[in-house]
Design a protein around this ligand. Structure first.
Ligand code: SME
Length: 192
């Protein structure tokens, strides 16, 4: 017999709000829930922040923490692309790091694209319409707007967080405020 539509909707809601994942570190195995919150952007960030803090506490490996952060942000916000570019040892280019979304460009020169510009200017860049940004690097033609947040280790930049949306004008000062706090949390907890 077919499952009533209301029951299916209910089950979908349950699984969307109760995404299970397992945290593994060198000491133990533990299971946690990532609680996906509906609501305002602010409410979503406020619910996610302490969960990210709990997730990375006890793990000092930068790549592991960036990988889980990309996954947690993707699960909560379902952005088109979210991930990291890390400064190369030669300090001239960014190299693709952990991300969630379609495959992406692997290297970006300093000062090029939104990522290389945010790195060079040492500040967060919000781009409401990527077609209006001179030199925007289109890893995906479906990306319409973007925010890039530099990751500071004291005064020098070790990489950037890059988020793309398939919708125009998607990011604002709220994203900037929380994403800057979140990347700082990663730096404070990781060995660089
Ligand atoms: N659009 C970025 C390139 C990276 S991708 O969006 C993943 C830029 O202009 O730097």
């Amino acid at each position: 017999m077919a499952t009533p539509i209301r029951q299916i909707a209910c089950l979908q809601r349950y699984y969307i709000t109760q995404v299970k994942f397992t945290k593994i570190n060198h000491l133990n195995y533990m299971s946690e829930d990532l609680h996906i919150i509906q609501g305002t952007k602010e409410a979503q960030y406020q619910a996610l922040y302490p969960q990210i803090e709990a997730l990375i506490t006890g793990e000092t490996n930068l790549i592991a923490n960036l990988a889980n952060l990309a996954a947690a942000l993707k699960q909560q916000f379902n952005w088109w692309w979210v991930g990291f570019y890390l400064v190369a040892p030669n300090n001239q280019q960014l190299i693709l790091g952990p991300f969630q979304g379609p495959i992406a460009c692997t290297r970006i020169q300093k000062g090029k694209g939104v990522c290389g510009s945010a790195w060079q200017q040492a500040k967060t860049l919000i781009v409401p319409d990527v077609d209006q940004f001179p030199g925007h690097i289109a890893c995906s033609s479906l990306s319409k707007s973007e925010i890039v947040v530099p990751i500071f280790n004291n005064t020098h930049i070790v990489g950037v967080l890059d988020v793309d949306s398939e919708y125009s004008n998607y990011f604002d000062a709220t994203d900037q405020k929380y994403l800057e706090q979140i990347v700082q949390l990663i730096v404070d907890h990781s060995l660089l």
